[in-house]
Design a protein around this ligand. Structure first.
Ligand code: C5P
Length: 222
C-alpha cells in the first residue's frame, strides 16, 4: 500500500504544557514534555501530511519542512491558535496538557513575600479547546483527544468522548515510571466514540506515534 497514507491531509496537532502567569516571573504549569505530540507531528509528516503544530513551552523542535510550528505559552493563546488552525484541518489531534485554570489577576510586578502569611491565588477556568473544537466539528473532520487519569480512567475517557464530542480518546496509562509525562516510552488505550478499542503496548513514543496514526488510518481512510 501507499507509503504516504496521509498525503493531501492537513493535520493540526497541539502539544506540550501551558504556562499560566502568576506574575512576570512565575507561572502555574505541568510536567508535560511535548514529546508525544512532536512524535505524532513527525510521524504524520513522514506519512505525507502537512502538519500545523501548536506547541506550548517545550524544548522540542523539528526541522521537518512539512511541520509548521507555532509556539504559544498560555492556554488562552493555545486556544486561539488551535481553534483558528482547526478550521481548515482534516484531522485535529489535541495532545497538549492544557491548564484547566489560570490566575484571575496576574500581577504586573513580582509578588513580594509578606510576613508569615498565606498567599491566596484566585483561579478562573480556561476554555476547553477540545470541547470547543469537538462541538464545531465538521462531518469530514476527525478529532482526537488525549487523556491522563489517575483513577477511573476508562469511565472518564468514555465521558470525554461524549461531552467533548471527539472521535477518539487516547488514554495514557501514566501510573508508573516508564509511561507518560517526560518519559521516552508510553503505553496507551485508544477508545472511539463508536466503541472501538485499540490497545498499544509499551514502546518508545516515536514508534507509538506511527501506531496511533496506523490505527486512525485503518478506521478512517478509504
Ligand atoms: O478533561 P481532560 O483535561 O482530561 O481532557 C484531556 C483532553 O482535553 C486533552 O486532549 C486536552 O488537550 C484537552 N483539553 C483541552 N482544553 C482544556 C483541557 C483539556 O483541549 N482546557
Amino acid at each position: 500500500e501507499s507509503k504516504a497514507p496521509l498525503r493531501n491531509k492537513l493535520i493540526v496537532i497541539n502539544a506540550g504544557p501551558t504556562y499560566e502567569a502568576i506574575d512576570p516571573v512565575r507561572f502555574i504549569g505541568n510536567r508535560s514534555s511535548g514529546k508525544m505530540g512532536m512524535a505524532l507531528a513527525e510521524a504524520a509528516a513522514n506519512y505525507g501530511a502537512r502538519v500545523q503544530l501548536i506547541l506550548g513551552p517545550s524544548s522540542q523542535d523539528s526541522n521537518n519542512p512539512a511541520i509548521n510550528i507555532k509556539r504559544v505559552e498560555s492556554t488562552q493563546e493555545m486556544f486561539e491558535a488551535t481553534t483558528a488552525a482547526a478550521q481548515n484541518a482534516d484531522w485535529i489531534i489535541l495532545s497538549a496538557a492544557v491548564s484547566d485554570y489560570r490566575p484571575k489577576n496576574p500581577a504586573n510586578q513580582k509578588i513580594k513575600k509578606s510576613d508569615g502569611g498565606m498567599l491566596h491565588l484566585d483561579l478562573v477556568e480556561n476554555p476547553d479547546i477540545l470541547k470547543s473544537i469537538g462541538q464545531a466539528k465538521k462531518d469530514y473532520q476527525l478529532v482526537v483527544g488525549f487523556a491522563l487519569e489517575t483513577e477511573n480512567a476508562e469511565a472518564n475517557a468514555q465521558k470525554k468522548l461524549d461531552t467533548k464530542n471527539c472521535d477518539w480518546i487516547v488514554l495514557n496509562q501514566a501510573d508508573d515510571k516508564a509511561r507518560g509525562f517526560g518519559h521516552d516510552t508510553n503505553e496507551v488505550l485508544m477508545i472511539s466514540r463508536k466503541g472501538q478499542r485499540e490497545k498499544l503496548e509499551l514502546k518508545p513514543k516515536k514508534e507509538l506515534a506511527y501506531e496511533i496514526l496506523d490505527r486512525l488510518i485503518k478506521h478512517h481512510t478509504a
